[in-house]
Ligand binder design. Sequence first.
Ligand code: 5GP
Length: 112
Amino acid sequence: MSTIFGQIVSGDIPARVVYEDETTLAFLDANPLAPGHTLVIPKEEYERLNHVPDDVASDLYATLHRVVPAVEEAVDADATTVAFNNGEAAGQEVPHVHGHVIPRFEGDGGGP
Ligand code: 5GP
């Protein structure tokens, strides 16, 4: 049984997709920390960053590179926090690698 993100990739669970290509997917977080909070994942399921093969890691970075400015523009953010919770002890709840793209606003007081 795949994780909830695997089910989003297969279309079994709906998500608001903001970008998709052959190997990666970006969609809005269901419980956003800020408007436009987006998750970027490899379509293939890997639990941790060090499990992701180099070519997929490169695709994942390329998608982040594309999605970060698009999200900033969409919500008129001043900046972005990009973060991976890599492992349960770091707060990773879904065991399918995902990068958080969190729009930031001057004086919002958030951040890791
Ligand atoms: P983690 O704590 O694993 O780094 O982050 C998991 C993220 O996935 C959380 O921010 C949570 O809101 C989001 N999330 C959990 N379930 C779903 C879902 O079914 N759909 C979407 N779009 N996001 C989800």
